[in-house]
Design a binder for this molecule. Structure first.
Ligand SMILES: [Cu+2]
Length: 182
């Protein structure tokens, strides 16, 4: 009997140890969407929920973000914040979020976010945690979420001075970790 055991290159690549992740995600399939930024705001200690914001750069073909998960929370859901009269409400995106080819999609406070519920511990500024993102076509990729200050409006040195938030009617307290409710 002829013994033949060839490992396909893709399998070997998958078995290689994951590189240490900094701000950048692991290189994905060529042409797949990329996630150059993933961040969250610090929460009060023991906060049960938090929101993660991403910047997604569309790949060479249209795709769709359909799921997220992190060991830090029991659930990670795609949410959208929408205005309903004077009230800002969040709703889940059960069909995921389309990612157009070649376009950049920016999540942010008051917009798209990934809602973490059942948080294992509050988020501290400077902390990093892993998040897996599943795209319909590109599959699952790992990104590292950076925790910014509680008043951050973006990633990396974009804090509002003094922690002040841009004041928008009807948005008081919205999206702050401790008070962020579905
Ligand atoms: Cu939410």
């Amino acid at each position: 009997m002829r013994f033949r055991f060839l490992l396909p290159a893709a399998l070997l690549a998958a078995a290689a140890p994951a590189p240490t992740l900094a701000q950048t995600p692991a290189p994905a399939i060529a042409g797949a969407p990329a996630v150059p930024q993933a961040w969250a705001r610090a929460t009060i200690p023991g906060a049960p929920t938090a929101a993660v914001y991403l910047t997604i750069r569309g790949g060479t073909t249209a795709d769709r973000l359909i799921a997220a998960a992190t060991p830090l929370a029991q659930a990670a859901e795609l949410h959208e914040t929408v205005r309903d009269g004077d009230i800002m409400r969040m709703r889940t995106l059960p069909d995921g979020l389309p990612v157009a080819a070649g376009q950049t999609l920016a999540f942010g406070p008051g917009g798209y976010h990934i809602m973490l519920t059942g948080l294992r511990h509050g988020l501290t500024r400077g902390e990093h945690f892993p998040l897996s993102l599943t795209f319909r076509h590109a599959g699952t990729m790992q990104v590292t979420v950076t925790v910014e200050s509680a008043g951050a409006s973006g990633m990396g040195g974009m804090d509002m001075k003094g922690g002040a938030m841009p004041s928008m009617p009807g948005m008081g307290g919205m999206d702050m970790g401790g008070t962020h409710k579905p």
